[in-house]
Ligand binder design. Structure first.
Ligand SMILES: NC(=O)c1ccc[n+]([C@@H]2O[C@H](COP(=O)([O-])OP(=O)(O)OC[C@H]3O[C@@H](n4cnc5c(N)ncnc54)[C@H](O)[C@@H]3O)[C@@H](O)[C@H]2O)c1
Length: 263
């Protein structure tokens, strides 16, 4: 991914301690960006920041729950204080509920998923957009936001109904905010992965009533490429969507799903 150059640009990434978020942090760092990393898990975040210990001027992080508006505000404040502004954001933090029929999902689990996955992206953009407008006015350069939705944001997902509803909501927020900001120097898109090899997928396979191996077999049977995705295959699309060369690209959802949503 060395063709990208984000030197002097600041990218904020949520859920950055592992999975897509940690990989995106590494790719943006390699391409020269300054990083502001957030995660709920303080200990995991400290571990994720460790490789950047000698680059404290370029990489900063704070823990916090994206489902609380204060976290969104603090992350943007950190970008302003540490790096003089915010150019790019990857709103990636998310959770899933257990695989259950709609009527069996506990109210508290449904509320958590909507709060983190949907309101988390709303709070994030609520604070990122004004900061990016300022940045655009100051630099004349385009800013970009990528929200991590899901293939479950584009199609029904049996046993994951509330998660699917929250991710459909992320797609709605993305399109609407993209339209509001189309002439204000901020491009806003969503990536929609299906089944990529992260801790979130491992946990879902582990918890399956069929057992992890049978669950994996059933899962990939429905994917045209007959495999799950690798983390970097999703992160490629995130970085690409942030690249300034894609200056006419906004309001879109990119499915990275081995062909799943092509049916
Ligand atoms: N892995 C997949 O197959 C897959 C598929 C579709 C969509 N997604 C989406 O991709 C995103 C990242 O998923 P992943 O697979 O890398 O998951 P992951 O569980 O490996 O990593 C998620 C990270 O987000 C953090 N996080 C969780 N809740 C948080 C909160 N309330 N506030 C701040 N940070 C929080 C976790 O601590 C963790 O570090 C999520 O939005 C998920 O819904 C994943």
């Amino acid at each position: 991914m060395t063709q990208y150059d984000f030197t002097g640009r600041t990218v904020l990434i949520t859920g950055a301690a592992r999975g897509f978020g940690a990989c995106a942090a590494a790719r943006f760092f390699e391409a020269g960006a300054n990083l502001v990393l957030g995660d709920l898990n303080e200990e995991l975040l400290a571990q994720a920041l460790e490789p950047y210990r000698d680059h404290g001027d370029r990489v900063r992080g704070i823990s916090g729950d994206v489902g609380e508006e204060a976290t969104a505000r603090k992350l943007v404040e950190l970008a302003n204080e540490a790096h003089g502004g915010l150019d790019l954001a990857v709103n990636n933090a998310g959770i899933a509920h257990g695989q259950l029929r709609l009527e069996d999902i506990e109210d508290s689990d449904a509320t958590d998923v909507v709060r983190v996955d949907l309101l988390g992206v709303f709070y994030a953009m609520k604070h990122q957009v004004p900061a990016m407008r300022q940045r655009h006015e100051a630099t004349g350069r385009d800013c970009a936001i990528v929200n991590v939705a899901s293939a479950a944001g584009l199609m029904g997902a049996p046993m994951l109904s509330v998660y699917a509803a929250a991710k459909h909501g992320v797609v709605g927020l993305t399109r609407s905010a993209a339209l509001e900001n189309a002439r204000r120097g901020i491009r806003i898109n969503a990536v929609c992965p299906a089944f990529a090899r992260t801790d979130m997928l491992d946990a879902a396979l582990r918890d399956s009533k069929h057992g992890p191996e049978e669950a994996y077999r059933r899962l990939v049977a429905g994917v045209p490429m007959q495999r799950v995705g690798e983390v970097d295959e999703v992160v490629q699309a995130i970085v690409w969507a942030c690249d300034e060369a894609n200056s006419f690209f906004t309001g879109q959802t990119i499915a990275i799903d081995g062909g799943l949503t092509a049916f």
